[in-house]
Ligand binder design. Structure first.
Ligand SMILES: [Zn+2]
Length: 245
């Protein structure tokens, strides 16, 4: 048997799912092939989720350390041919705002027509500075911006489908028309808009990878662990930016 150099063996093992005494998901979740970077194909797209003023420290719905993803996502953008940006884009008085429901406070829940909804502080209102993309976000290759959550009565964590699980944003059809078969997801927040986007991408048949350190989480009542558990169970792969850059 020809012995492969260790680095080459590890890379081959990782790509074929051969066990190194770890499960396949564990292989994906580590940096075993960090010296051999993943190279996104021409049919892959980076989806930069909701890197907006509202979700960083000075915003109306700050994700802890949310601004830390900006330089990482800028660097990631340089290794992709295709980049998609999403923006949370609510009407004033949106149904997902606690202020729209008498007696409710942010982070409580309520029942809307499509099911349970977490209630948030007013955030990302259309046309406001708060809803703008972070001013340091530099993704010159971005080809489309998907705005979501603009239906006054329906929230949309996912870049693909609104919270009623019926209304589409059109992103899947756009990516399919462009021949994109793989998406790498990064941004804010891991346990809400990133996770819902990744889960929908996977359900729609896209190979889906979440770049963990290019995301930050809200982690509401264990939501971060729950999100990773569900993403892993559904076949979403978990990688680090160092696997790519
Ligand atoms: Zn929102």
């Amino acid at each position: 048997m020809k012995l492969l150099p260790r680095r080459q063996f590890i890379r081959n093992a990782a790509l074929t799912g051969v066990s190194l005494g770890l499960g396949t998901s564990a292989i994906w979740s580590t940096n075993l092939w960090a010296a051999n970077k993943l190279k996104p194909s021409a049919n892959a797209a980076l989806i930069a989720v909701d890197v907006q003023n509202c979700f960083v420290s000075s915003g109306t719905l700050p994700v802890p350390k949310g601004e830390e993803v900006v330089p990482i996502i800028n660097a990631l953008g340089r290794v992709f041919d295709n980049v998609v940006i999403t923006q949370d884009w609510h009407t004033a008085g949106h149904a997902s705002f606690a202020s729209s429901h008498v007696g409710k406070k942010p982070f409580e829940t309520t029942q809307l027509s499509y099911g349970q909804q977490v209630l948030w502080p007013d955030h990302c209102v259309q046309g406001t500075q708060d809803a703008e993309l972070h001013s340091d976000l530099k993704l010159p290759k971005a080809q489309v911006v998907i705005r979501k959550g603009y239906n006054p009565q329906v929230d949309s964590y996912s870049a693909f489908k609104e919270a009623d699980r019926k209304s589409t944003t059109g992103l899947a059809a756009y990516l399919q028309a462009r021949g994109i078969d793989t998406v790498y997801v990064a941004g804010l927040a891991t346990d809400f808009c990133v996770a819902w986007t990744a889960l929908d991408a996977r359900a729609l048949g896209f190979e889906t990878l979440v770049i963990e350190d290019a995301c930050r989480a809200i982690d509401l009542n264990g939501s971060l662990a729950a999100a990773w558990k569900e993403m892993t169970a559904k076949g979403v792969k978990r990688i680090q930016s160092s696997d790519l850059i």
